[in-house]
Structure formats: C-alpha cells, structure tokens
Write a protein that binds this ligand. Structure first.
Ligand SMILES: NC(=O)c1ccc[n+]([C@@H]2O[C@H](COP(=O)([O-])OP(=O)(O)OC[C@H]3O[C@@H](n4cnc5c(N)ncnc54)[C@H](OP(=O)(O)O)[C@@H]3O)[C@@H](O)[C@H]2O)c1
Length: 509
C-alpha cells in the first residue's frame, strides 16, 4: 500500500515542570522517563523544563539520574552522551514522606526556583504511586497550594492519575470526591495507556477520515464485532495486585469499554476532546444493562482461570500455583462476554469481547464482521458459501489493519477466494511511538482527548457492577461458574459453547 506524506500537527509545549511521585518505582523507570527522553530527542519537550522525581527512598540528584540513565538503556534506548547530559541537566530528585508538609515545601522550593525563568510555567504532577496513597498526596498538594490555578487556568496545574480508578461504582465515587475537592475536572488527567497507542487512535481516523466505512458502519451491514485483548504472560510479579482485582476490573472496565466506545460511538462534531468524550459517554449509556438476576448472567458473560499447561515441552503453572496467589482463589484470569448496544445504529448487532491471561498468543484486535451478501449471482456458490467481509484492526503486535474481501483467483471462471488488503505500520518506516510519549505530550499541551472523563468512569463501573457483585459471591459459584482452561490455550471451551453458534467462530488467537 502506498502512502502520501502525512499531515502532522505536532509542536513542543510551553515551559513546565513534571513532578513524578513514586519516581523510584517500576512505571517511572520503564515508561515515564524513557517517554520523556524520547520526546526530548524528537524536540517535543518544552524549551525550558524540569523533571522532578519524588519518592520516599533517599537518593541524591546524581543517584536518581544515574538510576534513570540505567532505565533508558534497559528500555533499549541508545543514548548519545551529549544529548543525555543535556536531558539529565533538567532532572532533579526530592525524597520525603508523603504525609510530611516538609516534602511539599521542598518540592515548592524546587518548582519556584525553576519558575523564576518563566512566569507562565505549567506544573504537571504525575501520581505514579499505589492508589492507597492517592488521597493523601492529593490532599497535601491542595493544602500546600501546589495545584492552585487562577480562575482561567493560567499558569496551568494538572494531575495525572493511573488506573485503577476505584474497584466499583462506590469506591470510584469516593476517589472522584477526593479529586474534585482539590481539583477542577479540567486539571485531572485519568490515564489509560491503551488509548495512547497510534493503533487505537487510528480507529477514529479510519472511521471519520474516510468516506468508505461510515455508510456501512451499522446494523444493516455489520453482523458482529469482536474485541480480543489476549496476553500470553501470566500474572508475573503482580499477583498481589491482580488477585484482588481480577481481569474484569483490570481489562474490561477501561481498555475494552474504551475500545468499544471508539468503535461504536456516533461521529463527534469535531476532534475536540469534550466532543469525543461526549460521544463516548453517550455510547456507554446505551449499553444494555446486565440482568438483575445473577443466574441469568452466564448467558451473557463468563469467567475463567488458567490451570497448568505446557507448550513445546515447557510447563506453565496454574494460576493458583503462581507465587502470591491463594490456593483457593476464584479470581478470574479470563472473561468473555456478549454485549448489546440499544440504539438505532446497533440494534441486533452482537459485540463479543474477550480478554485473558496466559493465552496462546499476545494479541489485541478489533474485528468487524460484515453480513453475508443478500443474494449470490455466482451459480456455483450460494450466498451462504461466500465468505463474509472482515475488517481487522490490529492494535498490537504487528500494528495495522486488513480488509478481507472476495476476489477472482487465477484459475477456472468461477475460481473465487478471500484476499487480504493489508496495511502494516512497520511498512511506513517510522517507529510506532510509545503510548506514554503521546499521553505525556498531550498532558503538557492540555489535550485531554485520550484521557477518561469522570462520567465515563462512572458509566463503566455502573455497567459492570452487577457482574462484579455476582462473581464475588462465593455462595453463588454454582450459577456463576469459574471455567478452567489450560495455560497457553485459547481460553475455556465454554467461551465457544456457552454463546452457541454466534461465538463459535471466535477468530483464532
Ligand atoms: N507499572 C506499570 O506498568 C503500571 C501499569 C498501569 C498502571 N500502573 C499504576 O501506576 C502506579 C505506579 O505503578 P508502579 O508499578 O510504578 O508502582 P510501584 O513500583 O509498586 O510503586 C511506585 C513507588 O511508590 C512508592 N510506594 C510504594 N508503596 C507505597 C506506600 N505504601 N506509600 C507511599 N509510597 C509507596 C515506592 O517508592 P518509595 O518507597 O521510594 O516511596 C515505589 O517505588 C500505580 O498506581 C499502578 O497501579 C502501573
């Protein structure tokens, strides 16, 4: 496929400081510092900036810098010394306890010293800390005046929070109360790194920058939509977190419902963040609620957990035998569901969603399956024998998309077969940017399009609450079964059989 030069609109943000709470942790080292450095390499960091790491671990500026240099090389970034010296000359570190006023006084001192050079410098506070400390840090930021904006938000003060955004509707509402007691909604950036991927943003471009898709993007032409987010890894070092969370919260509440809303929402009037988020909220509001009777749930959504399994002679343990997982855990590592959207566009279309850990392959994709042709003019084949068209949007890996269509194949007059029109991002030559690069740049520029608004969080939890409640009730295990599947397989057999013929054709992982 040929491509013309892209129309790119990308400029460096104005001066700002980025304070990373939890700077000694995994996310800062693996994602945040590498993403900031890559932006710097691409001339997309502000001309004047300060990165201020903050955590309880005692470290000097130099020790922190050296640790972060190590993080860059672990992230596979080869760093020319001159460039990295220039980047790290803007990096500092403050250690302290989050409950201690003195910690915030030291942060304020560093920020004020930096801001002497620019009166309109923004401040970005990234909460890369466990959710249990969100509330305390937010309160202290507010009480110590670090996030105070004037009435029109100049200079800006923004706070990024990482998921999980609560565990259910009520804990999410508690978190929102804390956030809104300190910050205005425009200051809050709720991040789901999935939405920063080029391939996820491509869903909007495909739908709304082309004339060919939108006319057929409805129940007249689309039979079903499948969203699959599969991981080949197990819980790794996150067993403690995952066992209390489960896959429904970890993957469905955000990634999958956000993907679904991008695929199914109505066209927004502009690419402006509020217009897009309005449409996402409308879509989430149109999801058909799960039945109140828990015993009816299993027709629409099932859960599974991996047992041991082997591939190429290598044995993988069962979830319950992973370090840190209780032997009687009923936490789900797999979920498959059939959702419906109650509006004119989607009436009758099945939306099949599945996600799991320790499956046969790592893949995230959206498959749009079109209806059969209404009538066949090819005498040898009935309409039902001609393959349906499919549009596959590959989120990762092998980022790109393909359209399966029927075409004349060389050979006899009636020789027909499926061909793939395939586009791969890697063919463009440019590397696909890391999601955190996009998202950090957007936060510095004040573009909240790819971040999740409060109402979308509430709507997602409200949709999933009945399922969470039913699954957490151990007494209810007979009607809300936990299906086991071998590690490295395609998930429980029941995900095919329970949904009958409609999902018997899950795409292969
Ligand atoms: N890592 C990921 O890939 C990932 C992905 C999605 C979302 N997240 C979210 O991003 C946030 C950070 O993740 P992470 O993996 O970097 O977490 P982490 O490594 O477990 O913790 C980050 C830092 O927080 C500090 N910390 C830990 N427990 C604390 C406590 N009880 N009180 C105060 N500080 C504490 C520690 O620094 P000190 O001991 O030095 O203070 C630690 O280095 C979390 O909210 C997580 O859920 C992470």
């Amino acid at each position: 496929m040929k491509s013309v030069s892209p129309i790119c609109a990308e400029t460096a943000p104005g001066p700002c400081s980025i304070v990373i709470f939890g700077a000694s942790g995994d996310l800062a080292a693996r994602k945040l510092i590498p993403a900031l450095f890559r932006l710097f390499e691409r001339d997309l960091m502000p001309e004047s900036f300060l990165v201020l790491g903050c955590a309880r671990s005692a470290m000097s500026d130099e020790e922190f810098r050296s640790r972060m240099r190590g993080a860059l090389s672990s992230a596979g970034i080869s760093v020319p010394k001159k460039l990295s010296d220039l980047f790290f000359s803007n990096v500092k570190y403050v250690s302290g306890d989050y409950s201690d006023k003195a910690t915030y006084a030291r942060i304020e001192q560093e920020l004020s010293a930096f801001e002497k050079s620019s009166a309109v410098s923004g401040r970005l506070f990234y909460l890369s800390i466990p959710p249990s400390v969100f509330e305390q840090v937010l309160q202290m930021l507010g009480e110590n005046g670090l996030v105070q904006e004037d009435y029109d938000g100049i200079p800006w003060r923004r706070v990024v929070i990482e998921k999980p955004f609560g565990r259910d509707s009520s804990s999410a509402a508690d978190l929102e109360r804390h956030l809104s007691s300190t910050l205005k909604e425009r200051q809050i950036y709720r991040i789901d790194h999935y939405l920063g991927k080029d391939t996820v943003q491509n869903i909007l471009m495909m739908r709304f920058a082309n004339t060919v898709f939108e006319p057929v993007w409805n129940n007249r032409y689309i039979d079903s939509v499948q969203i699959s987010v599969a991981e080949s890894i197990g819980v790794e070092h996150r067993a403690g977190y995952f066992d209390k969370t489960g896959l429904l919260r970890d993957m469905f509440q955000n990634h999958i419902l956000q993907l679904l809303s991008l695929v199914a929402m109505e066209p927004p009037s502009s690419f402006e963040s509020e217009r897009i988020r309005d449409e996402k909220a409308k879509l989430l509001n149109s999801l058909r609620p799960f039945p109140a009777d828990p015993s009816e749930l299993s027709r629409l959504i099932i859960r599974g957990q991996y047992s041991s399994g082997s591939v190429n002679g290598k044995l993988f343990p069962a979830y319950r035998d992973e370090p840190g997982v209780p032997k009687d855990s009923i936490t789900e590592t797999y979920v498959a569901g059939k959702f419906h959207i109650d509006n004119w566009r989607w009436n009758g279309v099945h939306f099949h969603m599945r996600s799991g850990k320790r499956l046969s392959r790592r893949i995230s994709e959206v498959a749009i399956r079109f209806k059969q042709i209404p009538h066949s003019i090819f005498g040898f084949f009935g309409a039902g024998e001609i393959a349906r068209n499919e549009l596959i949007l590959r989120i990762q890996p092998d980022e790109g998309f393909s359209l399966k269509i029927n075409a004349k194949k060389p050979g006899s007059k009636f020789c027909m077969g499926e061909v793939d029109m395939d586009f791969k991002y890697r063919d463009l030559g440019a590397p696909v940017a890391e999601a955190y690069e996009r998202l950090l740049l957007d936060t510095m520029q004040g573009d909240s399009t790819l971040f999740i608004r409060k109402d979308c969080i509430q709507l997602s939890w409200a949709f999933l609450d009945p399922v969470l409640k039913a699954w957490e009730d151990r007494g209810n295990l007979s009607s809300n079964k936990l299906y086991f599947y071998p590690a490295c397989s395609d998930g429980p057999e029941e995900s095919r059989t329970i949904f009958g013929s409609e999902t018997s054709s899950w795409r292969d992982l």
